[in-house]
Design a protein around this ligand. Sequence first.
Ligand SMILES: Nc1ncnc2c1ncn2[C@@H]1O[C@H](COP(=O)(O)OP(=O)(O)OP(=O)(O)O)[C@@H](O)[C@H]1O
Length: 800
Amino acid sequence: MSKQSGVSPDQRLAEPVDEPIRHAAPSGTDGPVPAGQPRPTGPTADDIVDEQRYVTMLYGRLDELRTHTDRRLRAALRNVGGTQQERSQRDGTVRMYTDHIERLGAVEQGLCFGRLDLADGARRYVGRIGIFDTAGDHEPVLLDWRAPAARPFYLATAAAPDGVRRRRHIRTRDREVVGLDDEVLDLAEAGRAGTGGASGGLTGEAALLAAVTASRTGRMTDIVRTIQAEQDRVIRADLNGVLVVQGGPGTGKTAVALHRAAYLLYTHRQILSTRGVLLVGPNATFLRYISQVLPTLAETGVLLRTVGELFPGITATRAESAEVAELKGRLDMVEVLAAAIRDRERVPDEPIEINIERDSLVLDPATVATARDRVRRTGRPHNLARPLFDIEIIHALADQLAERIGADPLGGENLLDEADLAEFRRELRGEPEVQAVLDWLWPVLTPQQVVAGLFASEERLAVAAAGLGEEDRAALRREPWGGWSPADVPLLDEAAELLGQDDRAAQARAARQRQAEIEYAEGVLEIAAGSKSIDFEDEADAEDGMLDITDLLVADRLAERQVDGEQLTTAERAAADRSWAFGHVIVDEAQELSPMAWRVLMRRCPSRSMTLVGDVAQTGALAGASSWWPVLEPYVGERWRLEELTVSYRTPSEILAVAAKVLAEIDPMLTPPRAVRDTGEQPWDARVGGAELAGRLVEAIRAEAAGVGAGRVGVIVPAGLVDELGRAATEAEPEVALGDDPELTSRVVLLTVAQAKGLEFDSVLVVDPDRIVAESPRGRSDLYVALTRATQRLGILRVG
Ligand SMILES: Nc1ncnc2c1ncn2[C@@H]1O[C@H](COP(=O)(O)OP(=O)(O)OP(=O)(O)O)[C@@H](O)[C@H]1O
């Protein structure tokens, strides 16, 4: 059992995880001990004073670090001119200090959250970053939570204390210590104090309970203070190989994925800071929802993307049906695209006449077919094979010309020699009409031309997609305008691979642009240095709150990174490069990815250092996975590891009991996760007539919004009812957010199951579950997802 200070006793009930924690109050544990309640044993008011002193010292050190880094940044910015190499080094230094300042700013809240008292009398404080003593022997005064020495904070138990006598959770608000929770792991000491040691399954139950019952804000928060042992194992797992993390709803898969990214960057900084880490999520709303977590863990270098954002220059927002997306996600599309490209390598039906100066040459179909076959046999991608095709055709035309011009009237050998032939070839290559014919026979193509051209033409589809049924071909058919859908992106990526990249022209353009940018930036820096008053050279004066020109230059520098290749961070460079190979790839909601999308990700991660988190019981996409084996087998065979997360931190037992019935219908072999707590509050279930639905929904929204106080309400409706119910809800309650990318910080958000995937709310209303099930062949999984989004309350509105 925990011993606590500043925690209301009725929230201190903690049992081994097999028995969920019971609690009465809905949120927050930071209040004073209520009058009339027994004062808990454990940390005293003096302890709080002591901890406050230590925490204040740590914040002092943080401020010093900030000031010091800021000074160095200003010095680097003032250092203008020099050789190109010196300028480039300076830019690197500026970037390093700018990132460092950003990171120091992000760890302000909850800088220090734990203390370990060791059996040998030593103490270790654990926090978001490592801080060292400036005086003396530079001992750590704060351990980074990722450091090996901090690990017992998450793993030590009474049964296996690992040298830890006591674990203390320190709760702070801004820079003030507001509460302490102690767990005594030394059983003899726990017995003397009249309490037990830390309970069986959980680490830091009081802090955990406070975290899981706190009101939601519409943004995910980190779990660094309360990582549980099974989660810690996943977070710190080996970098190499493919790790699959399977877990039911609310087991912390997303949280674990994000903390793993931070851990890997800390532990393998050298490799990963140059190759980068990619985290793939299901949609833009979800990525915004999780976007604050890594910065609060002092990591800003992870690239967050949906699969639809992985093709630079393409914004994939076009909507399309689940069936078409499924079709585009099938592996069959690899062959369809290859055939579509082959179809562009033409052999004319009739001989082609080419007029050059006074001569006229004829290119017959057989010559073109021979040239095409020879080039195809080289196995080169289409665009990279074009020069070979040119050689074949130009040789054939030059031979034809030589035969005509050099023919011996007496019937002897041709009068021209090899040098004459070479000259003919050079001339023919420069002939616009020859080039036009080559472009027609073997056009250099962009991926966009291949994919849009294929879908826009019934004839091309008939040739390239002959193996698909007529219905499937009709489903793929569309006009070339209207933009790209997320399912098009893996097709574009595949087409780019099949075409091969000839980026010499793009590189030359980028080099020219970079030179122009450098010259511009130098001009600005020189003007800035020249315009600085003498007083401003003094750093004390520059810190009086006025906007210094060097502040502006930092902003300018950041803007410049967008266009200047060498100034870009790893994440920015990776984002702009379609073929970037990442050091590690993390995929959240991995069960949703289609086979074509997996090909894209595997190409981005040739080292196969990957973490894939998901739940095959929650798969909503028709092209998604129902088991991990077929997804991974083509790429890594059996060489992947599986870890399972078994405890749901989000969903209380009463709600999981309702969801468990749906899970049993999906697959009786599947078991839901165990709830970490119960609320004592049963989900409600009401049946209404279709005509009353909108009115009853508005009433329910009002009641739930009032019930969750400062929390958030999620309204999950069938896709077919979004417009109608969305209109009714926003007319009655203008603060309801909805649309393609709803603002999740709104008090009430109305959304479909696909949009709600991965999200959570204090209270959830599930509207017309039968229709949710009927809407898709994976409808039961959708309903399971919908029912498991709530942290506190669930209401179900049935229709009919
Ligand atoms: N160790 C923990 N301490 C505190 N909160 C936790 C912990 N683990 C998970 N949570 C919380 O539980 C909630 C669910 O976590 P998360 O979204 O990562 O689960 P998930 O497995 O990805 O769920 P889903 O499959 O439904 O998307 C989040 O609010 C998260 O902060």
